[in-house]
Design a protein around this ligand. Structure first.
Ligand code: COA
Ligand code: MG
Length: 294
């Protein structure tokens, strides 16, 4: 089951790393990129290696690593340091397009083989809207396929800085059009590639109510989860990306109705019509609620 909450933790902060095991997130993203100052990258790599090695085997939360961008010499150093400790996945920042994912996939194939890890065991989640060029090319992920690709996610902060913007939301807290477009295209590109769409972070980490509203809306639109920056956001996100009890009940009714009449393509329940796409959706809803014990 794909993670709902993905909590960023700066990899060079001993105190914050200490919160990882009990933070309640489905996944943590141990960050070697923007949250770590250039001078501290080597220390962060060492701390991360040790952190991952101490947590081998079945992990909860999943342990992901955000490496530095592929066009910097740091990326290979990051990968060489962490892949042998078998992170659950790698987050790639500033992905320019599918060719970056293919290049990273090749690096991972080589490093997994060298470390005696199953080929494809380390998953991949790229940030696909962090440069203007990348945001303009999202349709390139249509029909793109890579077994280790878990999803696509997007970021607004680097994009707004790249276009010289002074902000990315209006006074009511709604994304400006450029970011709405990037967000919607990420959603479509992810589903066109057959992977999960993961929504970006909610920057105001003290505003739980706003986060809950925004996250429920995000789930209704087709996102499977979202990035987080503060432990206080985790429980709100986990809850918001679960189907409600009413949704689960309806889903069970739909599944039961189709099971009762295996040869029909549509059923009516409580005065509403349901067809095969609804059945698929209903199965997904029940799977989700069972996977997370709701
Ligand atoms: N992971 C783990 N622990 C975290 C955390 C995180 N992302 N963010 C905060 N905490 C811890 C703090 O260390 C603090 O611990 P304490 O109670 O033992 O002192 C506690 O949670 C409460 O933190 P708080 O005082 O509310 O926030 P802060 O001012 O210490 O930190 C940020 C604010 C934004 C700097 C911090 O949340 C952070 O580092 N977030 C992640 C940033 C990041 O990785 N960005 C890259 C992706 S955009
Ligand atoms: Mg960034």
């Amino acid at each position: 089951m794909t993670p709902r909450s993905w909590l960023f933790i700066p990899a060079d902060s001993e105190k914050k790393l200490g919160k990882a095991d009990d933070c309640g997130a489905d996944a943590v993203i141990l960050d070697l990129e923007d949250a770590v100052a250039p001078a501290r990258k080597p220390i962060a790599r060492d701390m991360l290696k040790e952190f991952l090695a101490a947590r081998s085997g079945n992990r909860s939360p999943q342990l992901w690593v955000r490496i530095n961008p592929l066009d910097t010499p740091m990326a290979l150093k990051d990968l060489a340091a962490v892949v042998p400790a078998r992170p659950d996945g790698i987050m790639l920042p500033k992905a320019e397009g599918p060719e970056d994912l293919i290049q990273l996939n090749n690096y991972l194939d080589a490093l997994e083989t060298a470390a005696g890890i199953d080929l494809g065991a380390v998953q991949l989640l790229p940030l696909v809207t962090e440069t203007p060029g990348a945001a303009l090319r999202l349709a390139d992920y249509t029909d793109f396929s890579l077994p280790r690709l878990a999803g696509l996610t997007w970021g607004a902060e680097d994009l707004s800085s790249a276009v010289g913007a002074t902000g990315n939301k209006d006074a009511e807290g709604n994304w400006h059009f450029t970011y709405q477009m990037a967000r919607s295209q990420t959603l479509l590109a992810a589903h066109a590639a057959g992977v999960h769409a993961i929504d970006t972070l909610y920057a105001d980490f003290r505003d739980s109510e706003g986060l809950a509203l925004d996250s429920r809306q995000s789930r209704a639109e087709g996102f499977s989860g979202r990035l987080a920056i503060h432990p206080a956001q985790v429980a709100v996100i986990n809850d918001s990306y679960l189907p409600s009890p009413e949704e689960v009940e309806t889903a069970r009714k739909i599944i039961a109705a189709f099971e009762a009449e295996p040869d029909v393509g549509t059923v009516g329940i409580d005065g509403k019509m349901y067809d095969i796409p609804h059945l698929k959706q209903a199965r997904h809803t029940v799977e989700l609620s069972e996977a997370y014990g709701a």
